[in-house]
Write a protein that binds this ligand. Structure first.
Ligand SMILES: [Zn+2]
Length: 424
């Protein structure tokens, strides 16, 4: 058993980030994040295992397809099976038999999004009128935020729960991931400017409380490996707020505790993704890692890498795979299309994943039509490999190649029918 109980106490020196090669004329860079459970070469795409499983895929397969870490969700694991059970199991990695590095996100986004029913943000129309009540319309309001925390109804059984910064830290310490996130209020692009200002201040005060509680728990739980705490930056589409958030959290120190890295979070509209990431990364300390939360479309990944983000996570590759939508160099295609019934060749000839090296597109298409469980498994392995490999290739060309040429070539082909999303 690889139980953490047998490991010697690991100090906070066991977490580090070492920046590597910089991309000329931009904030893009390579680097290595060291954690008590291994290293992550960045930039890197981190597969999401929301409930301590990448749906339908063995952790061994995630390792084989090049996944360097897994990100699970504190909100879901808090509700089920509960943080005590994960703690008793030896932490998230031991519980799910994943030996590598792990992340949990704080639950802030899920508490509010599953409560009030707004979607992640990237496709949001910024031109619509802004109102702080928009998100509550037509929906029972399942979450309520106040200055101390958030009260929400479980989406599983309707029971009432409460998260505060302290509770989020306690939950995430019990879950035991190598990298955890501060509890933040995730606003939408629909909130008014004055609400964004108030919310940003609330998130700043919550960040201080997270540092205090994180420090206390770290000192108390010396039998566990050190967990790195990442502060989460909000500020929606406003340059002054985004820069302020980065400066505030970047320099924050409470009781000798400061953040080990940063999560770039919240409302990010696609058109301005690069600009907003750039504002934050210009202000953040250079020697700490930056995780861009919830981003996984190929064009957005290039934009994120170019503007200084080091790691990424997104449920899209696996979620889309389960609906038979798979990536190819010529764009995303759907295996339900009748032309794949007789494609006795891999989904992608150039893909080195387990699915493409062992099965034909015709077979996977058949599994989807027959509603066989293995359909989702094989498609997920392919999609996760495609995105993990794409970001690995970005790292390789930053180190030793022509990033802009690779970007132009990849996006030109991937979005051939959609010139707006090709590289400029
Ligand atoms: Zn493949």
């Amino acid at each position: 058993m690889n139980s953490d109980n047998n490991l010697p106490t690991i100090t906070r020196e066991s977490f580090a980030f070492k920046p590597g090669t910089s991309l000329p004329h931009s904030l893009g860079r390579t680097g290595v994040i060291s954690t008590p459970h291994g290293e992550i070469a960045t930039p890197a795409f981190i597969p999401v295992g929301t409930k301590a499983t990448v749906k339908g895929v063995l952790p061994e397969s995630i390792g084989q397809l090049g996944g360097q870490a897994v990100l699970a969700n504190a909100y879901h694991l808090y509700l089920q099976p509960g943080p005590d059970i994960v703690d008793e199991a030896g932490g998230l990695g031991a519980f799910m038999n994943w030996p590598g590095p792990t992340f949990t996100d704080s639950g802030g986004f899920q508490v509010l999004s599953l409560g009030v029913g707004f979607k992640k943000v990237i496709a949001m129309d910024t031109e619509t009128f802004r109102s702080d009540e928009v998100m509550a319309k037509n929906k029972e309001r399942l979450a309520h935020v106040d200055d101390d925390g958030a009260t929400f109804k479980s989406h599983l059984d309707g029971r009432i729960h409460r998260f505060t910064p302290e509770i989020s830290m306690q939950v995430q310490h019990k879950l035991g991931a190598d990298m955890i996130f501060a509890f933040d209020e995730c606003t939408t692009l629909h909130n008014t400017r004055s609400y964004q200002e108030r919310s940003l201040e609330r998130t700043r005060l919550w960040a201080e409380r997270c540092l205090v509680e994180h420090g206390r728990l770290t000192r108390e739980r010396t039998h566990r490996p050190y967990q790195a705490l990442l502060g989460v930056l909000q500020g929606a589409q406003y340059e002054d707020l985004r820069r302020k958030a980065a400066r505030d959290l970047g320099s924050m120190e409470v009781d000798g505790e400061s953040f080990d890295g940063f999560g770039l979070g919240g409302a990010l509209d696609k058109e301005n993704l690069g600009t907003i990431v750039n504002w934050m990364c210009e202000e953040l300390p250079y020697d700490k890692p930056r995780h861009l939360l919830g981003i996984g479309e190929p064009d957005d990944l290039f934009t994120g890498v170019e503007n200084g983000a080091d790691t990424f996570d997104c449920v899209a590759p696996s979620r889309q795979a389960r609906t038979s939508a798979v990536f190819t160099p010529d764009g995303r295609v759907n295996l339900s299309n009748s032309k794949y019934q007789r494609q006795f060749a891999p989904i992608d000839e150039n893909c080195d994943c387990y699915t493409c090296t062992h099965y034909t597109a015709a077979y996977v298409a058949h599994l989807f039509r027959a509603k066989e469980m293995m359909a989702g498994t094989l498609a997920t392995i392919h999609n996760e490999r495609f995105i993990v490999r794409l970001v690995d290739q970005m790292r390789a060309v930053i180190e030793n190649g022509d990033f802009l040429e690779f970007k132009r070539e990849f996006l030109g082909r991937f979005y051939a029918g959609n010139p707006k999303r090709q590289a400029t």
